[in-house]
Design a protein around this ligand. Structure first.
Ligand code: BDR
Ligand code: CA
Length: 316
C-alpha cells in the first residue's frame, strides 16, 4: 500500500488525479494539501473540499499559502480560460463547503504526517511546489524521511506551455521548484515530455461516466470546459497531466526515466525552465556538482497508462 499526500491546485486535471488516487486499491490517500495556481488558494481549497465531499474521500484537506516561496503581497493572475472561473470548469461549485479544513497549514501538515510515518510517505505534487519548499525550510530533516516525491512539472526536452521555456507548475514558483529539485530526497519529475502523450477524448470520458456512476459523471461535467480549451491541440480531448504522476506511483514500469541532477532557472526571460544533467555527462566544475541525482521521465507507454486510468476511475 502506498501512503500518499496529494499536493494539488484543483483544477480540472487535478480533479481526475484525485479520483484516481481515491479509487486505486493500492493507494492510501492520507492527506490533501492545497496550493494556488489554477485558481486562488481560497478557490483551490474550496474545490478540494467540494471534491472530498462529493466523492466521500476521508483524507483531510490542509490549506496552503497563497504566496510563492519567500514572497509576500504579490498579486497573481489565474488561468480561468483553462480551468474556468471556479477552477472546476464552471459547473457552479457552491461558494462555501460546510466541512472543516485541517487546522494546520499545508506545509505543517506535510511535516507532521511525514514525521509520523517515517520512510513511508509518497508526496504526489501536481501544482506549484510552494508547500514542499516551505516544509523543507521549516523542517529540512523531512527530506530524509519521505519515501519519494513524484511531481507533475517541467518541460525537459520539449517547450513549455506557459512560455516557450517553462511549464506552468514550475513557472508559477520557480524558486520553490529549484529548492525541491535540489533537496536530498528522491524526486521523480513527470513533465510535458510525457503528459502531452496521455489524452482522454470526450466520448471516452462520457463512456466512463456511464459506467462509473455519479462520481465519474461529476468528473465528466467538470472536464468539458477544459476539453474545449485543449481542443486546438488535441482534437476533442483533454491532456491528462496530473493523473500521470499518480500512475507513476503504482505503475512505474510504464515510464522511461533518465537520472541526474535537475535545476530550475529562477529569474529572467527563461524563468521556470527545467534543466537536467544526465549522470553520464561530464561538465563542470559548477553549481550543479553537489545537486542530488533525480529522475526525469522521458517517455511513457501511453496506451497502458490510459487503460489503467480508465479502469481505476470506474472502480467503486
Ligand atoms: C499543470 O498546470 C496546471 O494547469 C495543471 O493542473 C497541471 O498541473 C500542467 O502544466
Ligand atoms: Ca495541477
Amino acid at each position: 500500500m502506498y501512503k500518499v499526500i496529494f499536493d494539488t491546485d484543483p483544477g480540472v486535471d487535478d480533479a481526475m488525479a484525485l479520483l484516481f488516487l481515491a479509487r486505486h486499491p493500492d493507494i492510501d490517500l492520507i492527506g490533501i494539501t492545497t496550493t494556488f495556481g489554477n485558481a486562488s488558494i481560497e478557490m483551490t481549497t474550496r474545490n478540494a473540499l467540494f471534491l472530498k465531499r462529493e466523492w466521500n474521500i476521508e483524507a483531510p484537506v490542509a490549506k496552503g499559502n497563497g504566496q510563492k516561496y519567500l514572497a509576500n503581497g504579490e498579486i497573481y493572475r489565474y488561468p480561468d480560460y483553462v480551468h474556468g472561473d471556479d477552477g472546476l470548469g464552471n459547473i457552479g461549485v457552491p461558494e462555501t463547503i460546510d466541512i472543516p479544513v485541517d487546522p494546520r497549514t499545508a506545509h505543517q501538515f506535510i511535516i507532521d504526517t511525514v514525521k509520523a510515518n517515517p520512510g513511508e510517505v509518497t508526496i504526489v505534487a501536481v501544482g506549484r511546489m510552494t508547500n514542499l519548499a516551505n516544509a523543507l525550510k521549516d523542517a529540512p530533516e523531512i527530506a530524509g524521511m519521505v519515501k519519494e516525491v513524484v511531481i507533475m512539472g517541467g518541460a525537459f526536452d520539449v517547450p513549455g506551455n506557459v512560455t516557450p521555456a517553462a511549464e506552468a507548475n514550475i513557472h508559477g514558483d520557480a524558486l520553490a521548484a529549484d529548492v525541491v529539485m535540489t533537496a536530498p530526497w528522491k524526486v521523480v519529475a513527470i513533465g510535458l515530455d510525457v503528459t502531452l502523450k496521455t489524452t482522454m477524448s470526450r466520448p471516452a470520458l462520457a463512456e466512463l461516466a456511464r459506467k462509473g456512476g455519479p462520481a465519474v459523471e461529476l468528473l465528466d461535467r467538470i472536464s468539458q470546459f477544459y476539453i474545449d480549451f485543449y481542443d486546438g491541440e488535441v482534437a476533442n480531448s483533454m491532456v491528462v497531466h496530473d493523473t500521470c504522476a499518480c500512475v507513476y506511483v503504482v505503475a512505474r514500469e510504464l515510464f522511461t526515466t533518465r537520472s541526474g541532477p535537475i535545476r530550475v532557472q529562477v529569474e529572467g526571460v527563461g524563468v521556470g525552465k527545467t534543466f537536467h544533467r544526465p549522470d553520464d555527462m561530464r561538465f563542470g566544475p559548477s553549481v550543479w556538482d553537489d545537486a542530488p541525482s533525480q529522475l526525469v521521465c522521458t517517455d511513457i507507454d501511453a496506451l497502458k497508462a490510459m487503460a489503467l486510468v480508465e479502469q481505476t476511475l470506474v472502480r467503486s
